[in-house]
Design a protein around this ligand. Structure first.
Ligand SMILES: NC(=O)c1ccc[n+]([C@@H]2O[C@H](COP(=O)([O-])OP(=O)(O)OC[C@H]3O[C@@H](n4cnc5c(N)ncnc54)[C@H](O)[C@@H]3O)[C@@H](O)[C@H]2O)c1
Length: 300
């Protein structure tokens, strides 16, 4: 039994940051990465579901849980969308554990609202936490990995971003969140293409889990658990996954699905500039030639 446990540890000696790891899915990722031998920077800003400040310190509890199972972890309290704080978080991993191999961008919150009721502040806050909250740690970790590669110390670096079915298929009442999560899928593609030369893979998951985020919005009684998502993250973060990059994987309990993003569908070359009156029939023919778009979640 002891031997079996040893063989299955995929992340021995690796150093990881998991953002928003105090609760929900991020907490499950942090515990799973630690179980596989990674030393983990457990980041959490300790905010409410809507992103407001609280006095809670959930990251401390997760660090204690990891230590209790014999692992190594340290708390980071950064707001991931704060550019300087994100840089300090990357620096903390390097200072405390001597480097960084894995970045799991997961932190975020929702302020669900129909598009026409969305306030400017709701839009800005949700876009900020997800999009900038992915960009800032990725930007600083990427600069570190590029510097390491240039010094001849290339690391098998792995980034796992967090998109959502809302971002990929769309979700009624979540226009802002959907836009941010779609942006994360786009960011993943470009980061993967740019950073491969430094030994970095960049993928994204679209998780599903019963957490405080979904409990208020849906019937979650049959919903997957946070920890159902984390083995996929652990594998994507392993050295073994070096040939997988620029991919988005949906996880729903025991089902994993490859998400196919935008791709060129049917096209028609008119030979000369289109007359507006010609466009309708031509576009309708092209639409009919391909599959209909999947319905937006919640659309009747
Ligand atoms: N739960 C689902 O079914 C589901 C589905 C699709 C995508 N997601 C995504 O998965 C991720 C985790 O969601 P969850 O359901 O576990 O939510 P959650 O609210 O349980 O956990 C999110 C954590 O992120 C932290 N956080 C929020 N803003 C932060 C910031 N600026 N800096 C650092 N930490 C911050 C919160 O304090 C919280 O502990 C989110 O990106 C969410 O959008 C969740």
């Amino acid at each position: 039994m002891a031997e079996e446990t040893e063989v299955s540890r995929l992340l021995e000696g690796r150093v990881a940051i998991v953002t928003g790891a105090g609760r929900g899915i991020g907490r499950a990722h942090a515990l799973e990465l630690a179980r596989h031998g990674a030393r983990v920077v457990v980041n959490d800003f300790g905010v409410s579901l809507a992103g407001e400040g609280t006095t809670e310190t959930p990251a401390h509890e997760v660090v204690a849980e990891i230590e209790a199972m014999g692992g190594e972890a340290v708390v980071n309290g950064a707001d991931v969308a704060d550019f300087a704080a994100a840089e300090a978080m990357v620096r903390q991993a390097i200072d405390v554990y001597g480097g960084l191999d894995i970045l799991v961008n997961n932190a975020g919150f929702v302020r669900d609202r129909m598009l026409v009721n969305t306030s400017e502040d709701e839009w800005d806050s949700v876009v900020r936490v997800h999009l900038k909250g992915h960009f800032a740690p990725l930007r600083h970790a990427g600069a570190y990995w590029r510097a390491e590669a240039k010094e001849g110390r290339q690391r098998a670096a792995r980034v796992v971003n967090t998109s959502s079915g809302a971002g990929l298929q769309g979700s009624i009442g979540q226009a802002t969140y959907s836009a941010a999560k779609a942006g994360i899928a786009g960011l993943t593609l470009v980061a993967a293409a740019e950073m491969g030369r430094y030994g970095v893979t960049v993928n994204a998951i679209a998780p599903v889990a019963r957490t405080r985020m979904t409990e208020g919005a849906f019937d979650t009684s049959a919903m997957a658990l946070p920890e159902d998502n984390s083995p996929i993250v652990a594998w994507l973060a392993s050295e073994e996954a070096g040939d997988v990059t620029g991919r988005v994987v949906e996880i729903d309990g025991s089902v994993i699905t490859v998400e196919n993003g935008w791709s060129h569908g049917a096209s028609h070359d008119n030979g000369v500039r289109w007359e507006a009156a010609q466009v309708g029939p031509a576009l309708r023919e092209l639409f009919a030639a391909g599959p209909a778009p999947e319905p937006v979640y919640g659309a009747s």
